[in-house]
Design a protein around this ligand. Structure first.
Ligand code: F6R
Length: 243
């Protein structure tokens, strides 16, 4: 697609189509996996607009977020809880108990990750997992070198990710949390369908590694070459390195 606005619009329409054709009910909910970050903001804005126009309801949609920082208070403006409520959930009709975000302040992080995986299973698995990637090809916080069959767990963030995310913490890298809870590559691979949003020339190398080279755990997003129904939605700039 031409630019980030077109990616946002296309992705939102895709969600609209998937949710409406599924026609979820209280007994048969649509399960959506969601990312944070700069890339999906436009998609969330469009989905809020669709909701306000009465074209989509999230009443019977269950969501699972990809990740959350460890140790940031829930109401910290950079926590992913805060982001999701502020940018999306508070504007739509989702049931709060059905919007799942990992708890980075849980007393036992291992138990929290096990609980999250169990909840996804009990919800019947994810129908559509939406993701974003970092310039180093990470999906969720599955940094280079992560296992491609990994499950939800605590991860120490790569220096590149701290560097990329410091813009949200007053440009002070020492303020970026060092750890996060994240779904695994295997967790996302289990979704029936995956849609990854990639925009900007700084992601061009990652996109080329993801689709034009072999599956490689140093570029964890490349795992989706082996997913039966994975879709990469990109703008022109992100395709600069493609052959
Ligand atoms: C966010 C996430 C990350 C981001 C990635 C890109 O929940 O899991 O993989 O999608 O870091 O972030 P932006 O969109 O800010 O470039």
């Amino acid at each position: 697609l031409d630019d980030t606005a077109a990616v946002a619009d296309w992705a939102a329409r895709f969600v609209l189509q998937r949710v409406t054709e599924f026609a979820p009910t209280a007994e048969r909910r649509f399960v959506l996996g969601l990312p944070t970050g700069g890339t999906p903001l436009g998609m969330y804005k469009r989905l809020i607009q669709f909701y306000k126009e009465g074209r989509i309801s999230f009443k019977y949609v269950t969501t699972f977020n990809m990740d959350e920082y460890v140790g940031l208070p829930r109401d910290h403006p950079e926590s992913y809880h805060y982001y999701m409520w502020n940018e999306f959930f508070k504007h739509i009709d989702i049931e709060p108990s059905q919007a799942h975000v990992l708890d980075g302040n849980a007393p036992n992080l291992v138990d929290e990750c096990t609980r999250f995986e169990k909840l996804i299973k009990e919800a019947g698995g994810v129908n559509l997992f939406i993701g974003g990637i970092g310039p180093d090809g990470h999906i969720a916080f599955n940094e280079p070198g992560s296992s491609l069959v990994s499950r939800t767990r605590a991860k120490t963030l790569a220096y590149d990710t701290l560097e990329a995310n410091k813009r949200f913490f007053g440009n002070d890298i020492s303020k970026v949390p060092r750890q996060a809870l994240t779904v695994g590559v295997g967790t996302v691979m289990d979704a029936k369908e995956v849609m990854i949003l990639i925009t900007g020339s700084h992601k061009a190398l990652a996109l080329a590694k993801a689709v034009e080279e072999g599956v490689n755990h140093m570029w964890t997003v490349s795992a989706f070459q082996q997913h039966p129904q994975a879709l990469f939605v990109c703008d022109e700039d992100a395709t600069l390195e493609l052959r």
